[in-house]
Every structure is written in C-alpha cells, then in structure tokens.
Write a protein that binds this ligand. Structure first.
Ligand code: ARG
Length: 459
C-alpha cells in the first residue's frame, strides 16, 4: 500500500519500523474529533476561496461517509496508514477519488493532531465537571442525613475533637469544588485553536484561522504557530488536575476503608460496591475504594510521563510528542471509572450512627473544651493545658473518661472547676461551641450545605 508521504522514498518502510512508529492502535480514539476538525477546515478553505465549492461539498460528503463507517465500526484501521489522520484521509480518497487529496491543503498533521486533542479534552473537561458535581451532590445528601451525627475528628489519626459527620463530608465537597474550578479554569487554555499553524511556520494559503475557530466553537487561536504545534501544556494541566482529583478520591477511599473495618465500624458500604473472598466466607471487602486508591498511582505516572517526554524537547514538533496520547486516554478512562462509581457508592453508604456516638463518648476529645473552660475563668491557656493533661492522665490511670469524674475529683486539679463543666463536656456542646464561620457547629455546617447547594444549582 502506498504511503501518503511516499514520494520521496525509494524503499518500503521496514515492517518493524512501521509497527513501532504507528499510533493508530491508540489514536483511533480521536476519530470523531479528527473528522470534526477536517469538516471545519474544509469549510474554511471553501469560504476563503482556496477550494471551489463543489470540491468542498464532495469532501464534506465523503467525510460524512467516513464518519458513518467509524460510528458503525466499519472503518478498517491499518498500521500501514500509521495514524488516525492518515487512515481517515486515505479512506476518504478511496471513497471520493483524488479530490479527497485536497483536504490537507494548508494543513499539517502537526496542527491537525493538536486540534484533535484540544477538541477531545474540551469534551472531557465538561464531562468531568458534571461527574464531580454528581459526587458533590451525593456527599451533600449524606451530610444532610447526618447533620446530627457526631463523630470523632482526628489529627495524627488520634481522636482530637468531636465534629459533625456532615462537617467531615462537606470538607470533601470543598475539595472537589476546587477540582471543578481548576478544570473550568483550564478550559480557557484548552479552548484555543492550533489549526492554521501548518507544520510549524504557518501556511502560504490565504486561510482564515479565526473562521475555523468560530466554526469549531473555540474562543481564539494560538498566537504563535511554533507554539501552536509544540504546546502540550494543556494536556499536562489536565493530567495534573486529574492527579489532584485522585489525591482527593484516594483520601476519601482510605477513610472509607478504615471506617468499614471492624475496628472502626463507622460505615458499611453497600453490597453492590463490595466484593467477597474466594476462601474466607465472612469477608466483605471495600474493593472499589481500594482500587481507586491504587489507581491514583497510574494517574501520577501519566503526569510524570508526559512532563518527562516534554522536558528539553526542542521546538517544534518531534515524534516524541506522539507519546502524549496513551497516558491521556488512560487517565480519562481511570477518572471516568472512579467518578462514575463513587457517587452511587457514597449515596448508598450506611452510616452506623450508634457506633460513632459510642466512639465519641469513650474518648478525651472534649479535653480542649475543659481547658477553655478554665481559660474563661481567668487561667492562662498554657497552665490550663497542663492541668487538663494531668486530669486526663488521672482518668487513664483510673479507667475513667472526663464525664465520669465527680466534681471533687475535678477540684483536685483546680479549684476553678464547678458543676457547669458537665454541660461543657457534652459532645453536642463541644461541637456547637465551635460556632465560627467554617467551623463544625450545626448552624455553620447547615449554612455551608446551603452555600454548596446554591453553588451547584448556579452552574
Ligand atoms: N501521529 C502523530 C502524533 O500523534 C501525528 C503527527 C505526526 N506528525 C509528523 N510530523 N510525523 O504525534
């Protein structure tokens, strides 16, 4: 089979070289975007008078037929045609004859492939914002159902201060909110058209890049033709944003795995989102949460892979850049899988409120509040810290919790104690005392939920 670029060559390509350099096995994923870009390009060529109207019509009809073949899975991709661009162009020429060869006028595969990836990622960004919002909704619903559920809050994975479970869940809503903002911000750099840059220097044809941009719904065109074909920042940025989403998901995964252990017993994930053991009949494993946590690694790997490919790469296009695709596709698939599963997994998660309450009752997470009580009575905080430290030690040595102590026992540590401390030590009181903007008190968390819901409906 003759190559689209065969003119200058006197020999066939080595079979192994052909296999090694081809990208069709993976870049066929850009088929629809490639047609979309070509449609706009050829329309622009017609509008600018570079191609006569009848050629434009013939080519557009041909492209439409190729699209039909792609959609029906009838297009036979070949390694001999190297990549998606040449597979499509070759098929077009086979269908409509030599006029199909006019499609590539004023264009190079370098600006073509960049355009395809901009079109591809633009769709994905919209899709991922939607999926993240679904996850936020599931978290908010759980937060509302648990507006009264008190749970130990941890630092160093040691019980620190009691908080509302709703507050804990809303922390993730904030994290995913930043992920959404980052994706939305990246859109302005993705929604720029490279086409018209040619191979690297522009083109001799009197084309109208802005018109192509308009047809494709891009907000603008690349300023510099060299940059247009060399830039892969927008993919790095996507991989970085994806990595951050995975960081956040992996932290939630870890908490779900811990919380579902017998030792915590705080939650139970629905049967539909767990799997069993082939040997231990009693097992119910939080596999989805574990696997999302594990898949975080490959997304970071893809980010580092592309950064490394681009490092020190001279301008403009280099074949190295073909390596930008597999990691991007893999990241898209990984993220789609994780986000699609996560929202329903959170929505169907059962919360063991009794178990959480039991945990809160059996810990010293109200110790800060009793120190604050002494501070309010005039004791310097450092001194109060010391006094309560000793009180806690006494409790530990005597198998008691703070609420078990009699007033006389309290008074051994400071004369400032009085019977109002029993109210101060109640978990509800401890939680509601933190009535600062962004804090865990019920009115604050309720307000945070309202703000988050408003944000969700406005987008
Ligand atoms: N398959 C190539 C890639 O993905 C398309 C661009 C090829 N350009 C070239 N000058 N060989 O990077």
């Amino acid at each position: 089979m003759s190559k689209l670029w065969g003119g200058r060559f006197t020999k066939k390509t080595d079979q192994l070289v052909e296999e090694y350099t081809a990208s069709i096995t993976f870049d066929k994923e850009l088929a629809v975007e490639d047609i979309q870009g070509s449609m706009a390009h050829v329309s622009m060529l017609g509008k600018c008078g570079v191609l006569p109207a009848e050629d434009v019509d013939t080519i557009k009809n041909g492209l439409q037929q190729v699209l039909g073949m792609i959609e029906r899975g009838e297009l036979e991709y070949t390694i001999a045609n190297e990549d998606i661009h040449m597979n499509i162009e070759k098929t077009l020429i086979d269908l409509i004859g030599p006029v199909g060869g006019k499609l590539h006028t004023g264009r190079s595969r370098n600006d073509q492939v960049a355009t395809d990836m901009h079109l591809y990622l633009r769709k994905r960004v919209v899709e991922f914002v939607g999926l993240l919002q679904k996850l936020q909704e599931a978290l908010i619903t759980q937060a509302k159902a648990n507006i009264d559920t008190i749970v130990p809050g941890y630092t160093h994975l040691q019980r620190a201060q009691p908080i509302l479970l709703a507050h804990h869940l809303m922390a993730y809503v904030s994290m995913f909110g930043r992920d959404i903002e980052r994706l939305q911000d990246s859109y302005k750099r993705i929604n720029v058209l490279p086409l018209g840059a040619g191979a690297l220097a522009g083109t001799t044809f009197a084309i109208d890049r802005h018109y192509t941009a308009e047809l494709l719904g891009f907000d603008g065109v690349y300023e510099n033709s060299l940059d247009a074909v060399s830039d892969r920042d927008f993919i790095v940025e996507f991989l970085s944003n994806a990595s951050m989403i995975m960081v956040h998901l992996s932290r939630l995964c870890e908490e779900m795995v811990l919380w579902m252990s017998t030792e915590f017993g705080f939650i139970e994930l629905d049967d539909a989102f767990c799997t069993g053991s082939s040997i231990m009949p009693q097992k119910k494993n939080p596999d989805v949460a574990e696997l999302v946590r594990g898949k975080t690694g490959r997304v970071y790997g893809n980010l580092f892979g592309l950064l490394t490919v681009l490092k020190s790469l001279p301008l403009a296009y280099n074949k190295d850049m073909q390596e930008d695709k597999e990691g991007m596709f893999d990241t898209v698939r990984t993220l789609q899988g994780a986000l699609q599963l996560f929202a329903p997994m959170v929505a169907t998660m059962k919360v063991n409120q009794g178990r959480m309450r039991q945990a809160v009752n059996q810990d010293f997470s109200n110790a800060t509040d009793i120190a604050d009580f002494l501070v309010n009575k005039g004791m310097p905080f450092r001194e109060a810290h010391e006094v309560i430290g000793k009180t806690v030690l006494y409790c530990i040595q005597n198998g008691k919790f703070l609420l078990d102590l009699t007033l006389d026992e309290f008074k051994q540590f400071s004369e400032l104690f009085d019977d109002r401390i029993y109210a101060v030590l109640q978990p509800e009181q401890v939680v509601n005392a933190r009535n600062v903007y962004g804090g865990t008190a019920t009115p604050q968390v309720t307000a945070a939920i309202t703000r988050a819901e408003a944000k969700l409906t406005e987008t």
